[in-house]
Ligand binder design. Sequence first.
Ligand code: GCU
Length: 395
Amino acid sequence: MLPVIVTPGTTRENWPLRRQALLELFQTYEFGRRPELPFQVDAELTGVSPALDGAARREMYQVTVRTCRGAASLEMALVLPRSTSPVPTVLLLSNHDRVPAPAAPPDVQALETLMRNAPGDWAEQTKKLFAGMAGSPGPEPLDISQDDHTGYWAVDEIVTSGRAAAAFYASQAQADDRTRFPSGLTALFSDPAAPRPDDGWGALGVWAFAARCMVDVLERHPSVDASKISLAGHSRGGKAALWCAAQDDRIRAVLVNNSGCSGAALSRGKKGEVVASITAMFPHWFCPNYRRFGWREEEMPFDQHMLIAAVAPRLCCVTSGSLDQWSDPDAEWQGALAAGEAWKLFGFPALAGPRPGPGETAYSGPIGYHTRRGGHDLTAWDWKNFMRFLDLQGG
Ligand code: GCU
């Protein structure tokens, strides 16, 4: 049974209280909470150059976060279309780097325990799935200081839609490496040598926090329409983007691409990646509490539809790749479908079945969904449709 989003007595008027309770669940059990410490965010313009053959202007920033423990800086790119008035802006939380870092070796013992304890035929199915993915290329590098031609950050699609395109590298906030957690921005908030509390934040929480710091900078920019800032992320970046938008209602829309397990996909009944495997492979992404739900999803006092719901009544577009079995398109769809309860409370339509097939979109309300043909990826096709979703829904 899925936990209920709209509990008896919840109304439009008192929704902020219910939303707060939902966020509290995710802070306690999944992403953890940021240690309370005052911080300050500043931006320095480090370069201006033409973009898209002169059709746009690229500004590069060094964004610095400071606490009493020190400072950490991240780059941000902002590509602005020619416009006389402030423009809506789409920020990408990029989990692709300029130069991909070497991956830390897996924790073999954790993986062996995972496989040994896996119920049913999960271990066998997973081995087959991984064998099928062997040899598939790793993430393409992304240089946010240049026009990107991979489709992962389709600046041309964004800018020709009349919006500005911004991006930053999540890894500059916190390296995506369990052997280097906590470091970077994370270390500004607590002593890296101190034991992590059970609800201490993990890398996804830190990346989400970095995205909100970028929003701090964007909303002060005179060419940005601060009422129309969208946040996009792919995969682990999609999980972090969703968590950021759930908490920060300055974000008008969130574009959650192939976020799978612990993102938009329901954990109950999920196939492919599950809580036990994601916490074994990426323990640094979550708070320590989350691990306890491995193979015990039915006992979770929450599920991922509640994370999506915390975005309501703002805009949210969830996507799947038709062949992305590790993420589980059906579980992503079920998450978005069940979250609709929250939008209904505000008189907006929820999603309704059947699930859109490969190449199809469902954009008739502020909670939208699409299925791209193919596997785990973020492509120009997704961006074209994200812009259409924003055009239709006022983002
Ligand atoms: C792995 C991980 C996923 C994640 C993905 C990605 O496959 O298991 O949870 O979404 O990497 O970020 O590309």
